[in-house]
Design a protein around this ligand. Structure first.
Ligand SMILES: Cc1cc2nc3c(=O)[nH]c(=O)nc-3n(C[C@H](O)[C@H](O)[C@H](O)COP(=O)(O)O)c2cc1C
Length: 361
């Protein structure tokens, strides 16, 4: 099969030298002040041969923080810290976009300013527990955002997008997947609002679309992407009709001219029977722009989905954790490193982060 992964592609205004995209992956190696660390610059530099790097989720507001040691993008100091990352990637000829991730209800008051309650579309808690500085604690019932507060949250995303310009990124990606704030608005189970942001498909999509417009005003739509995960059920997510939700959303995105739509499809993560459709194939038919496919791809399945015209780029996650030179290994058909202990995925030091060997090693 032709090596489609190694052909060039334009995602809006962003020109990629290959179609191999590194997935956004939270690794929790920032400082206590949520500043990107020197180790993070080295991690992304090592992986810069990807056509595009999508950073780990970065919170656009102190209220959007969902973890211990994630990087933020709401202060000038955070933008300055990210600049070291973008410079390192650009020195290697790579491209990097910042993923904007607001945790919404998937956080805990102990991680938030003044120990405020998490905010969400509705006062519905996530079932289960969350990792905090004090260990695992049950999720709290979040505070439902008042209608009048929503423009302020969108303004925080806009401010974060402006800081991302200062930080030297090539664009931004809105994290509207895997149970975080925009997804909480989209999914029927987590959004019981009766105002203009809840109820109908149009209303449940409004928050996501308003954020995308704000990001586009800062960056130009051709440097703004969005990640969605239809039917995803981790973080206690449930949507009674994910196909309808995302077909509606895709049709709204069509005239916007975004850089790309990134579709996560991790069938193993779905609750019950999961979605009765493949969201990548469904949205390929509905969405007229560039589509990135994510979830369990290998070199072979990645080349196959491109050759079949079912996607424009392929997103690789865990294989990039373990293989800084994944692109070179794909090029040479070389064996891949396996990720070591998953306890190194989230948090820790250099081990399991920047010490995976390359072929040259
Ligand atoms: C350690 C880890 C952290 C992740 N963090 C994020 C994140 O911050 N934002 C996001 O959109 N997806 C996140 N994901 C999901 C990945 O982007 C990707 O969709 C998933 O790993 C499936 O791709 P893979 O099978 O190639 O690993 C994470 C995945 C892993 C393994």
């Amino acid at each position: 099969m032709a090596n489609e992964l190694f052909t060039k592609v334009e995602l809006g205004e962003i020109g990629l030298r290959n179609r191999i995209v590194m997935a956004p992956m939270t690794r929790l190696r920032a400082t206590e002040d949520c500043l990107a660390s020197p180790m993070m610059a080295e991690y992304y530099r090592q992986r810069a041969s990807a056509g595009l790097l999508i950073t780990e989720g970065s919170h656009p507001s102190p209220m959007g923080r969902g973890y211990t040691y994630p990087p933020g993008i709401h202060t000038p100091e955070q933008a300055t810290a990210w600049r070291k990352v973008t410079d390192a990637v650009h020195q290697e000829g790579g491209h990097i976009v910042l993923q904007l991730m607001h945790a919404g209800r998937v956080t805990h008051s102990s991680l938030l300013p003044g120990h405020a309650l998490p905010v969400a579309p509705s006062a519905i808690a996530v079932a289960g527990a969350i990792h905090t500085f004090e260990g695992k604690v049950p999720f709290e019932v979040p505070r439902a955002l008042a209608t009048e507060e929503i423009p302020g949250v969108i303004a925080e995303y806009r401010h974060a997008a402006e800081l991302a310009v200062t930080a030297g990124f090539d664009g931004v990606e809105l994290h509207a997947a895997t149970g975080y704030l925009p997804h909480q608005f989209q999914a029927s189970d987590s959004n019981h609002r009766t105002d203009a942001y809840g109820g109908s498909l149009e209303n449940r999509s409004r928050f996501t679309i308003e954020i995308l417009h704000a990001l586009g005003e800062v960056w130009g739509a051709g440097r703004v992407g969005i990640k969605i995960a239809p039917g995803y059920t981790v973080n206690d997510m449930y949507d009674e009709d994910p196909a309808a939700t995302y077909v509606y959303l895709a049709r709204q995105l069509n005239p916007m001219g975004l850089a790309y739509l990134h579709v996560g499809y991790e069938s193993g993560y779905t609750r019950g029977t999961g979605p009765s459709f493949n969201p990548i194939d469904l949205l390929r038919k509905e969405y007229s722009g560039r589509l990135l496919a994510a979830g369990g791809f290998t070199k072979e399945t990645g080349n196959a989905i491109l050759a079949a015209g079912r996607a424009d780029g392929v997103v690789f996650g865990r294989s990039f954790i373990a293989n800084p030179d994944l692109v070179e290994r794909f090029r040479r058909d070389a064996p891949l490193n396996e990720p070591i202990d998953v306890s190194t995925f989230y948090g820790g030091g250099a081990h399991g982060y920047i010490d995976y060997p390359t072929l040259a090693d």
